[in-house]
Write a protein that binds this ligand. Structure first.
Ligand SMILES: Cc1ncc(COP(=O)(O)O)c(C=O)c1O
Length: 378
């Protein structure tokens, strides 16, 4: 896929080049006022920059209605199209995090993720667009073709790619490598500041429902790891006063994602906002639950139904799915839709449909050469 011109990739703030800083700031302020979060909480002062192409469309899941066993009552929110550079559920969070990094004068972005990490790819791509050097430290997960492409993407984007091995070794190596001026984006990027992106996303859906573009969902289904996406969506629905329940399809081990960890993320995000805006009033408690039915052996391990789900992602979006997030989310979605024949269900699409260019003979770091010599599991 050819790379897109910067003006289309980063809305507004880079359009005017380095000489247009004042104009660019003015435009950013205007765009900010358009976002439902800032319209609802006008006193909210947090770092932010426009990166996402929003509102993302909402559409019926017609292409897989037969497979789901449902008619028009299942829709999807296309955050896979949140940016032509790289979509998915990091873009809205990065509007806050990367603005924070800029405001703090960060010299480099450092992030940590699995071999197939979408967060690492998003950091490498958006970091490059914003002029940050990027370092990624990768930990082991089952080897997939998606992971092979992910590492090629990182190298093509010019990131400094380091292999950490197991999770404890990766954490240790990352700490040892940190330097002054590094801005660290932890796995999942689920800080309260970042989670504002998904509060805004739910308010955006609120506007789409108000315009009758889509029925108000009874259930929102979203793949869940760090739970930042789920937390933002649940708080946004509570602010709107919706009884909607957010179902987080757990894609990682229960010790890393459970009622306690999610409640903590929801609570910390709620407190963060209430400390910064006197307009923040939830009309009802947030409603969410965790569905662990699709996980299988663990994070990144294929299951029969995740492979099937990944194939359905292709039907739905035209881009290949993968077995860690999107395949498992679709497998659980199918069960949920069948278990609740009377409910309006909305799938929140979190895996980018745009796939960034990769150089197939990109210089893979020596310590990751094995990834291209071994058999993949999916
Ligand atoms: C495609 C995709 N979906 C869902 C998730 C999980 O989101 P969260 O960490 O906010 O729970 C991720 C996390 O990286 C992801 O890459």
């Amino acid at each position: 896929m050819p790379s897109m011109p910067a003006a289309r990739i980063l809305p507004s703030h880079r359009r005017y080049g380095s000489g247009g800083a004042v104009l660019s700031n003015l435009v950013a302020m205007t765009v900010r006022a358009d976002r439902p979060l800032f319209a609802a909480l006008p006193d909210l002062r947090v770092p932010w920059m426009p990166l996402a192409h929003v509102p993302t469309p909402v559409e019926p899941c017609t292409a897989i209605a037969g497979w789901l066993g449902a008619g028009e009552r299942v829709h999807m929110k296309r955050d896979d199209l949140a940016s032509p550079l790289y979509g998915g559920n990091k873009v809205r969070r990065f509007e806050f995090l990367l603005a924070d990094a800029k405001a703090r004068g960060a010299r480099r972005l450092v992030t940590v993720g699995g071999l197939a990490s979408t967060q690492a790819m998003a950091t490498a791509l958006f970091g490059r667009e914003l002029g940050f050097p990027v370092r990624v430290v990768l930990f082991d997960q089952p080897l997939t073709r998606f992971a092979q492409d992910a590492v090629r993407t990182l190298v093509t984007a010019g990131a400094d790619v380091i292999y950490g091995g197991g999770i404890p070794q990766t954490a240790f190596r990352t700490l040892r490598l940190l330097e002054r001026g590094d801005y660290v984006i932890f796995p999942g990027a689920a800080s309260p500041l970042a989670n504002l992106g998904y509060v805004d996303a739910m308010l955006e859906l609120g506007e789409q429902v108000a315009r009758s573009e889509v029925p108000r969902p009874d259930l929102v289904v979203v793949p869940t790891g760090s739970s930042g996406t789920l937390a933002g969506l649940a708080l946004g629905a509570a602010f709107l006063g919706w009884p909607t329940e957010i179902v987080g399809v757990r894609i990682t081990a229960a010790y890393a994602c459970n009622r306690l960890t999610v409640a903590t993320v929801v609570h910390r995000t709620d407190r963060f906002i209430s400390q910064r805006s006197r307009h923040w009033r939830k009309q009802r408690p947030p409603r969410w639950r965790i569905d662990g039915s699709a996980l299988g052996e663990g994070y990144g391990y294929p299951t029969h139904e995740a492979r099937d789900g990944a194939a359905q992602v292709m039907e739905l979006t035209g881009a290949a799915g993968e077995i860690t997030y999107s395949g498992k989310a679709l497998a659980a979605l199918r069960r949920i839709v069948r278990a609740h024949p009377e409910k309006q269900v909305l799938l929140w699409n979190t895996l980018s449909t745009p796939r960034p260019p990769i150089v197939t003979n990109a210089r893979i770091p020596h310590e990751l050469a094995w990834m291209y010599e071994r058999e993949t599991v999916a």
